[in-house]
Structures are given as structure tokens and as C-alpha cells.
Design a protein around this ligand. Structure first.
Ligand SMILES: Cc1ncc(COP(=O)(O)O)c(C=O)c1O
Length: 451
């Protein structure tokens, strides 16, 4: 019999202790944080599944490369290595470093979008939507209908509704749509992948109308692995070949290297358009820095150059996708409602189904996330009515798995805590908002807390 257990494809060289608290301590801590898990000191969290962004562990090769960081202000060798490694996978002619993904988004939208113009996407991530709206653009989510039904199984729930895209372009006119975006994988829609066939269809529509297509490429490697697993014709291709094929369908991308760049900070903006690239670099200099560092240290560029290549390693991706599914399958087989099938970087609890007695105005996702913290010191994040307001199609609680950071026994603990909260779900109460800022309110919102 062949051995079937999938193990972490690494051993641990350096450890970071984590700290227990009692339930009474957590009740006070959550009150002090005004019921918003973002406002908790990280030290008071036992297992931090708030995000997979910048929270992963770097490899010995990345740490080695960091020592070679060239900190020259202009023309750094580290930039050349960064650019070459990215071009090897993404293939775009201009690679502009930024301090993280949202900086790439801000620059892209400032250069490409005018007030009142529409940008279709499968689902805009919160920073993408906010940056677009900040320049007066309209964010339009066109994910397929299956992508909005949490319990429905479909291999590519991140796909864009191509017919809806055509209709929007015909109705609004090409001039109203400066670019189309595809988010791979679709984070706000449950970390679900986009198929190559769908990306090809979207690309064909864009090409027909002369509209540029940009990828929000944060989790491009996980998306490529899902294509390898699920899309006929790709089983024998490497994740890197699949990613290269996908990026050839577009004109550029935004990227947060804190995800599939396997780095703790960084991002980039790519384009094939020389004129746009010049305008983007002009803006970059204004707020991020010179185009060969873009707000990053030379050592960060080195970590990303190595990281993007590690992200497409097939052994790593096999473990990554299997370990996320392990969490999802163990809770869903006990009845816990999750977005099906399990996503690449996270498991999403369906809060509307988990706590159906809590009305949307009382933030069922926030209430559930807070309960996971009170029960077991686990931090997660709401993606729903707090994050997106009335635009929210679902109320989800995302348990994002940092890359190469937690072991299977950590995940077994998480499973036990979720099942305990599931058993006591009728006792969970809704929340009332006490303060909200004008943008991205979930980061700093405060809730009324009893006692
Ligand atoms: C799909 C997607 N796009 C953009 C971003 C923004 O990236 P950053 O947090 O590096 O600004 C994120 C971050 O989580 C994301 O998941």
C-alpha cells in the first residue's frame, strides 16, 4: 500500500511560544477591545487565524537571501532578482514593487479609473473596493450564482459570470469600463478558485472590447494548484506552468506578496503598458519610493524573489491545500455550516446558518468570531455585514491559515473549539455598533459591550 498521509514538507528550526489565557481573562480582553478582534493585543491570542497575510513562516532559503539584500537606493541588485523571479512566473514587462497589495491597487486605480467608471471583478476584496471607491470608481461583483451559495459544491466557485460581464459592457459602453479584474483565488467569496476556462472566456470578452484585464493575483499559486487538481487537461502541468498560462491571458496584475509571495511584507504592480507603467512609477515615487524598491527594503525584495518560487512548489501546495481541507472537512462532517468546498487559504464558517437567530443588523459573523475567541483564544475575522455593509451577500467567519506556521495538532485544537461553540450556538447573542469610521470600518469599529 502506498503511504497516503500528507505531512508538513518542512521541519521546524525556530519556534515562537504562544500563550494561554483563561475565559475570564478573555472576557475582559474582549470588552477592552470593544468587541472587535482587530483591537486585541496579539499576545492575548492563542491561535491567530485572523489572516494568512504576512503571517507565514519563511524558509531557510528566504532567510539566507535576506542577508544578500542590497539596500542601495537606486538600481539595487535585489530589485533585479525580484523582477526576474516575478517575470519568470507572471511574464509582464513592468514590475513595480509596492509595500503591499493595497498600494498597488491605489496606484493602479489612480492611473486607470475616472470618477463614475465601473470595474467588474469576480468579487472585489475590501481594500480593492475601498481604493476604487476612493477615486470615485464603482466596484461591481460578477461572481457566478453558485459562488453566492455557501453550501453548494462546485469546483470553481470563484468564476466570473461571463454573460453578466458582456451585458454590463453592452449596457454601460466600453468607455465606462477602464479595466476588468479577476481575483485568484476569490478571497471574499470563500477562497474559491477561478478555472482556466473561465479566465480564458473573461479574457476573450475583454480583448473583443479592447478592455485591459488585470489579475488580483494574491493567491495565484493556490489557484493554479486547484486547476491542476480539478480542471481536465491540467493534471500533468506544473503549478508554475498553469500560473504562467493564466497570466498570459491578462495585461497586468496587483499582488500582495504577503500571501503567495511567502513574505511578511511587500507587493507589486505589473503591467505590459509602457505609458501606464511610467505614470504608475511617477505616483510610486510620490508615496512609496524609488521604482527599484517601492517602499521595501532590499532584503524584502530578496525574500519575495525566493518566496514566489517556493509558492509554486508542488509538494508545498499539496500540503497547503490538504491541510486547509482537513480543518473544513472535520467540522463540516459534524454539521458545522461552511463554504463548500474548502477554500485554499481559509475555511469560512457560514454565520447566517450557524446563528440564524441573530439578525444581519446585529452582525452574526462578528458575534460568532467573538465566541470562538472567548471559547478557545482563537482569532478569526468576519467577512460580511460589518466588512461590506449592505453590499454583503453572505456573512462569513474566515479562519485563515498562515502558511507553514501551525501544525496538525494546532488545527485539531481549533476543530475542538469550533465544535464546542457549535454545540452552544443558541446562546450566542448579536451586537450593536457603537462607532464606525468612514472607510474599511471593520478594522476599527467598536461595539457596545455589556458590563
Ligand atoms: C484578494 C486580495 N486582494 C488584495 C489584498 C490586499 O493586500 P494587502 O493586505 O497586502 O494590502 C488582499 C489582502 O488580504 C486580498 O486577499
Amino acid at each position: 500500500m502506498p503511504i497516503r498521509t500528507i505531512i508538513e514538507p518542512f521541519r521546524i528550526k525556530s519556534v515562537e511560544p504562544i500563550r494561554w489565557t483563561t475565559r475570564a481573562q478573555r472576557e475582559k480582553l474582549l470588552r477592552d477591545a470593544h468587541g472587535n478582534l482587530f483591537l486585541l493585543p496579539a499576545d492575548d491570542v492563542l491561535i491567530d487565524l485572523l489572516t494568512d497575510s504576512g503571517t507565514g513562516a519563511m524558509s531557510t532559503y528566504q532567510w539566507g537571501a535576506i542577508m544578500e539584500g542590497d539596500e542601495s537606493y537606486a538600481g539595487s541588485k535585489s530589485y533585479n532578482r525580484f523582477r526576474d523571479s516575478i517575470q519568470d512566473i507572471f511574464g509582464y514587462s513592468h514590475v513595480i514593487p509596492t509595500h503591499q497589495g493595497r498600494a498597488a491597487e491605489r496606484i493602479l486605480f489612480n492611473v486607470m479609473v475616472k470618477r463614475g467608471q465601473i470595474v467588474p471583478n469576480n468579487t472585489h476584496f475590501d481594500t480593492t473596493r475601498a481604493n476604487l471607491e476612493f477615486v470615485g470608481g464603482v466596484a461591481m461583483d460578477l461572481v457566478i450564482a453558485e459562488g453566492k451559495q455557501p453550501s453548494l459544491k462546485h469546483p470553481f466557485k470563484g468564476n466570473m459570470d461571463v454573460a453578466a460581464l458582456e451585458t454590463v459592457i453592452e449596457r454601460e459602453g466600453r468607455d465606462k469600463i477602464p479595466l476588468v479584474m479577476l481575483t485568484v483565488t476569490n478571497n471574499s467569496g470563500g477562497g474559491q478558485p477561478v478555472s482556466m476556462q473561465n479566465a480564458k472566456a473573461v479574457s476573450a470578452v475583454c480583448r473583443k472590447h479592447g478592455i485591459p484585464l488585470y489579475f488580483d493575483a494574491c493567491r495565484f499559486a493556490e489557484n493554479a494548484y486547484f486547476i491542476k487538481l480539478r480542471e481536465p487537461g491540467y493534471e500533468n502541468k506544473t503549478p508554475k506552468e498553469i500560473a504562467q498560462e493564466m497570466f498570459r491571458l491578462g495585461d497586468g496584475c496587483t499582488m500582495s506578496a504577503k500571501k503567495d509571495g511567502m513574505a511578511n511584507i511587500g507587493g507589486f504592480l505589473c503591467t505590459n503598458d509602457d505609458i501606464l507603467a511610467q505614470q504608475e512609477k511617477d505616483l510610486l515615487i510620490l508615496t512609496e519610493g524609488y521604482p527599484t524598491y517601492g517602499g521595501l527594503a532590499g532584503r524584502d525584495l530578496e525574500a519575495i524573489a525566493v518566496g514566489v518560487q517556493e509558492a509554486v512548489d508542488v509538494d508545498y501546495l499539496r500540503y497547503r491545500i490538504a491541510s486547509t481541507a482537513y480543518l473544513g472537512n472535520h467540522i463540516s462532517e459534524r454539521g458545522v455550516p461552511i463554504v463548500q468546498p474548502p477554500g485554499g487559504h481559509a475555511i469560512y464558517l457560514d454565520a447566517r446558518a450557524f446563528v440564524p437567530h441573530i439578525p444581519l443588523e446585529q452582525f452574526p459573523g462578528v458575534a460568532l468570531a467573538n465566541e470562538l475567541y472567548l471559547e478557545g483564544g482563537i482569532r478569526s475575522v468576519e467577512i460580511g455585514s460589518l466588512m461590506f455593509g449592505k453590499a454583503a451577500k453572505m456573512d462569513l467567519v474566515r479562519l485563515a491559515i498562515p502558511r507553514r506556521t501551525y501544525t496538525q495538532s494546532h488545527i485539531d485544537y481549533v476543530i475542538e473549539v469550533i465544535l464546542e461553540v457549535w454545540r452552544k450556538r443558541d446562546q450566542i447573542r448579536g451586537l450593536t455598533l457603537a462607532y464606525e469610521p468612514p472607510f474599511l470600518r471593520h478594522f476599527t469599529a467598536r461595539f457596545e459591550m455589556p458590563g
